[in-house]
Design a protein around this ligand. Sequence first.
Ligand SMILES: O=C(O)CCC(=O)C(=O)O
Length: 273
Amino acid sequence: MANTMVTDEHVATFATDGVVKIAGAVDPSFIDDVLGVADEQLAEPGEWVTDTNPGATENRLFTTRYLWPTNDAVRRFAFDSGVAGIAGQLMGATSTRLYFDHLLIKEPDTVNPTPWHQDIPYWPFLGKQICSVWVACSDATVDESSLEFVRGSHRWDAYYAPEAFGDSAKAWVDDFDGERCPDVEAARDEFDIVGFDVEAGDAIAFSSWIVHGARGNGGGRRRVALSTRWLGDDSTWHPHPGCDPTVTENDTTAVAGQYPADDERFPIGWQRS
Ligand SMILES: O=C(O)CCC(=O)C(=O)O
């Protein structure tokens, strides 16, 4: 089914800029569920956690991922909230498969930014039709760590080494052999940076090739977002050193260099009618 939130203008902006915000994209009932999941995960973290300050209520970036196979609320969010269709329509795909969900919580007064990075080198895939739909589950300005992007950088033909989000992720990103992402923060004037203030329910959809980051959380409120990652028609399985260890060759029937038609591990979220 077409997601009526997506306009031709959104599609054109996504193609040119590599990113677009869709205001009010997700119904509040889904957002409430994710906030409940956030509390649960903070209290009892799942398997794939990165946490810069365990137990603290400030100065902490907590992320966890791959919840959908075991968590009903996250699975409903991924498959019923409309995000899969947003991804597919923006990319011009005929269908989208879920790669993974990623819950990202930044507590108040978190000093450390999310480093500027591209997503694609972290992931065992190649293809231009791979994107994220990052849905704000709390209001956040750019100063409160909503996302910023280097507009058009998805067209740079670059593939930068991943940056560690926290020490627990360091070991696997260190295996990657490649050029580092430019230090955008140190030379902000040299880049065409666009940032989006968000309200809960707004979606920021972006190409997996775009350079992006987020400031620390300078506000007094928790920032919560759930990002789902979507594979379009030209995606191919590409495991490589230094990529996310959550889905490995042992976990999937996907074949290197081919479209990942693995319904169990990468289920279809949306199909063009
Ligand atoms: O939420 C954040 O701070 C970072 C999110 C991000 O980089 C992503 O979803 O790819």
